[in-house]
Design a protein around this ligand. Structure first.
Ligand code: PEP
Ligand code: MG
Length: 770
């Protein structure tokens, strides 16, 4: 397990010539002496327990303390005394404490050292008679942690009431870091939970739903971990040189990245900013140089800094600062890859049924993996992120905010992704995997039952006919049109083609793509929604707008009208794609009739221009508006007469109706779609459209949720557009019920003063024959 080059190293002499730092003599010799002895101890073949015993003995001896103990986690919240020099040996593997309990628990919980000359007087001190520790006054405990993962606590104690010096604290921290590194490499595997190999236990991670669906597969890490096999440096001069060379290489690579593209990319700019902030501030570099002087190898010094960054990440609530810390973490990763020569491509073959695990991923990268992925699990991400949009378009189950997943998961680990519940089971027990498979089988069975409805209309028991359309955003979605039984594409989101490129796509490219979309639709209606950018959808090549409220800012049709160049180009592409066949276009985020009139005029002018140029025109043109702001519901009657159709963008409409940001986890589920006020509002919109015979559809996510869809239909909607997988379940339910009866249930609940009609609807549904 130990690298062979750990043995028989020459002893390090003090740093001479070429070292840029002047270290206090004692601290330098303390940490380096300790590290050298630790390296020798680790290099001697031994079982895990024996190694730990030797290490505690060695540290106590080296630091001339009475006690040295190592506590390791046996489960997420329990620490166990695993080795000791000085305390009662009988207490080993017997003494346990919970996270936060006693001084040891406090060190683990806060990830910071505790250093006191009078331990019994310290807040939280816990007397443990079995260890005989009451006679020790001085206590120094440091966390054993690796890249934000807590592994245990290393403690030294003395009878003498004294405070350990800063240099001693430092020396112990460096040793703890090496211990963490060796724990990761499996150097201390032995009997019992606390000495079991890391990352082998089943783990349940609760995140959030990014895209519904279930998947079973094997972990495929987007960024495989860098392994630091040799954390101790022999020759600080050599290690410093390596570090400086790697930092220079890093700087050149970041500069090249910046100058190599004329992209005004916010992310790239921030990487550069962060680079300048940290790499040039000297603070970052100096700390790593100091660590090397004190005995670490260059890569261990980088990782130590990275661990500190990760520990801070867990404690910083400010989103801006967190983002900067993430950038710094990325920079450290790059630096580690340069130092160790370990690239992203480890040569490992992608497992069958791969489930992608990443901290975050861009839409283009995700699309490159494509449909071969069975699922995606992200440590971060957001519901509206581009990656989520792509995962949704590819219908791949996605769990976001899966904390610690990148630390816990190893390539090839078994993994179950429950996109419905936002839960991930890593290395699941057989019973869990069995139950999960049953659930997948049940879902597959239900899907095949729905498949039998494919050719049947969504006609309710009362005879009301509902048109079922699907949402799409990629060419790859089109095959679902036949498979799902959708009558057409009610919403084709066109922004993905813009988001996935590093420049504005050309008109010819777009025309070709739209044309292929129409070809695949085989005459079924496809409603193209013009570019909806701004808010959460920021184009990499668009100058970022610093807006206090982007969701209510310069987005969608507002950008199109203010910068008509791109809108005109897109409309031309659509007109050319639809040559000789019908064209349906809708404009997003229309808040006022005048905006719709202006955009409509642009489209009609483009058609006229095409006609004059002698191009074949679409056989008919439908121009509609998305109703995504409450104001449009109160537009003049002439608006409803002018527009060829209205499509409710429920995701946006709901966020503005309730003033609850759809991207903000704290508030986005706070208000129910079946809230009486919202359903009333939907009813008002349906009535206004009915007055003018304006076709109305609903294309937000709620259209694909069976109960919500049912209530929307009861309120007057006759066309729903949803993700293809939802068509079966929604149609199945619609065909079972009498909508007029449901409407009276809703009306009665409303009259009885209910805030939401959900309980009444659920109760009524339970009484229906299914
Ligand atoms: C909506 O807002 O409901 C909608 C369909 O548009 P998007 O989700 O793309 O904003
Ligand atoms: Mg919208």
């Amino acid at each position: 397990m130990m690298p062979s080059n750990w043995k028989n190293r020459p002893e390090n002499g003090p740093c001479t010539g070429g070292c840029t730092l002047v270290m206090p003599e004692r601290s330098e010799s303390e940490s380096r002496k300790l590290l050298r002895r630790l390296r020798d101890t680790l290099a001697t073949p031994a079982k895990g327990q024996e190694r730990l015993d030797r290490i505690t003995h060695m540290i106590a001896d080296s630091m001339r303390t009475d006690v040295c103990s190592i506590y390791l986690f046996r489960d997420e919240t329990t620490l166990e005394l695993c080795a000791t020099e000085g305390l009662n040996p009988e207490a080993v593997h017997q003494t346990r404490m919970r996270l936060g309990e006693g001084l040891v628990g406090r060190v683990a919980k806060t990830s910071t050292p505790v250093n006191t000359g009078n331990a019994p007087a310290e807040r939280g001190f816990r007397f443990m008679p079995e260890t005989g520790e009451e006679i020790y006054s001085a206590f120094l405990g440091v966390p054993i942690q690796r890249l934000g993962e807590r592994l245990g606590v290393l403690v030294v104690q003395s009878k003498q009431a004294r405070q350990y010096s800063d240099d001693e604290v430092y020396a112990l921290e460096v040793v703890a870091m090496v211990l963490a590194e060796m724990t990761e490499l499996g150097a201390f595997i032995g009997e019992g939970e606390a000495l079991s190999a890391l990352h082998q236990q089943p783990v349940l991670i609760r995140g959030l739903t990014g895209q519904e669906g279930s998947a079973e597969g094997r972990v495929w890490l987007h960024e495989p971990r860098v392994v630091v096999a040799n954390p101790v440096g022999d020759d600080p001069k050599k290690e410093l040189k390596r570090l400086n060379k790697a930092v220079e290489e890093l700087r050149l690579s970041v500069d090249a990245m910046m100058s190599g593209s004329e992209i005004v990319d916010k992310d790239h700019q921030q990487v550069l900013e962060t680079y300048r902030m940290f790499a040039n501030s000297r603070g970052w570099l100096r700390r790593m140089e100091e660590d090397i002087q004190r005995g670490l190898s260059a890569e261990a010094a980088v990782e130590k800094e990275q661990s500190t960054t990760r520990a801070r990440l867990g404690q910083v609530p400010d989103p801006y600062l967190r983002e900067r810390l993430h950038d710094l973490d990325d920079l450290s990763n790059r630096l580690l890859r340069i130092l160790t020569g370990q690239g992203r491509d480890t040569g490992a073959a992608m497992p069958e049924n791969p489930v992608l695990v990443a901290r975050n991923i861009g839409p283009a990268e995700l699309l490159e993996y494509g449909r071969k992925l069975k699922g995606v699990v992200l440590e971060e991400g957001s519901v509206g992120s581009h990656a989520a949009v792509v995962a949704r378009a590819l219908a791949i189950p996605l769990v976001i905010h899966a904390e610690r997943i990148t630390t816990e998961a190893l390539n090839g680990d078994a993994i179950l992704v429950d996109g419905d519940q936002g839960v991930v089971h890593l290395r699941p027990e057989d019973t869990v995997a069995g139950a999960f498979r049953d659930k997948i089988a049940m879902q597959a069975e239900a899907q095949s039952r729905y498949a039998s409805l494919r050719e049947l209309p969504a006609t309710a028991a009362c005879g009301t006919r509902v048109a079922m359309h699907m949402n799409a955003g990629l060419m790859a979605d089109l095959p679902s049109l036949a498979g799902s039984g959708a009558e057409g594409v009610g919403l084709f989101r066109t922004e993905l083609q813009f988001l996935l490129r590093s420049r504005v796509p050309r008109r010819g490219e777009l025309a070709a793509l739209y044309s292929r979309v129409l070809d695949s639709a085989k005459g079924k209606r496809v409603v193209f929604r013009t570019l909806d950018i701004g808010s959460d959808k920021v184009l990499p090549y668009m100058k970022p707008q610093d807006e206090p409220n982007p969701a209510m800012g310069w987005r969608a049709i507002r950008v199109g009208l203010d910068k008509p160049g791109v809108m005109r180009m897109q409309l031309q592409a659509l007109i050319r794609a639809a040559a000789g066949r019908p064209l349906s276009v809708m404009f997003p985020f229309v808040a006022q009739m005048s905006e719709f009139e202006a955009a409509r005029r642009v489209l009609l002018n483009e058609i006229e221009r095409e006609r004059r140029a002698g191009h074949v025109l679409p056989t008919s043109t439908e121009i509609g508006a998305m109703l995504e702001t409450p104001s449009l519901a109160f537009a003049p009657r002439s608006f409803f007469e002018l527009t060829d159709f209205v499509s409710i963008g429920g995701n946006d409409l709901k966020q503005f109706f309730f003033a609850a940001d759809r991207e903000n986890e704290r508030v986005r589920r706070r208000y129910d779609t079946l809230d009486v006020s919202f359903l009333d509002f939907i009813g008002t919109i349906a009535d206004r459209c009915a007055e003018t015979n304006t076709p109305l559809s609903f294309c937000g996510e709620d259209a694909g949720r069976p109960i919500e869809a049912l209530c929307l239909v009861a309120m007057g909607l006759r066309t729903l557009s949803m993700r293809p997988a939802s068509i079966g379940p929604v149609k199945h339910l619609i065909r079972k019920v009498n909508l007029a009866e449901l409407r009276s249930v809703i009306d009665e609940a409303r009259e009885a003063g209910a805030l939401t009609v959900r309980p009444a609807v659920m109760e009524w549904l339970a009484r229906q024959p299914m």
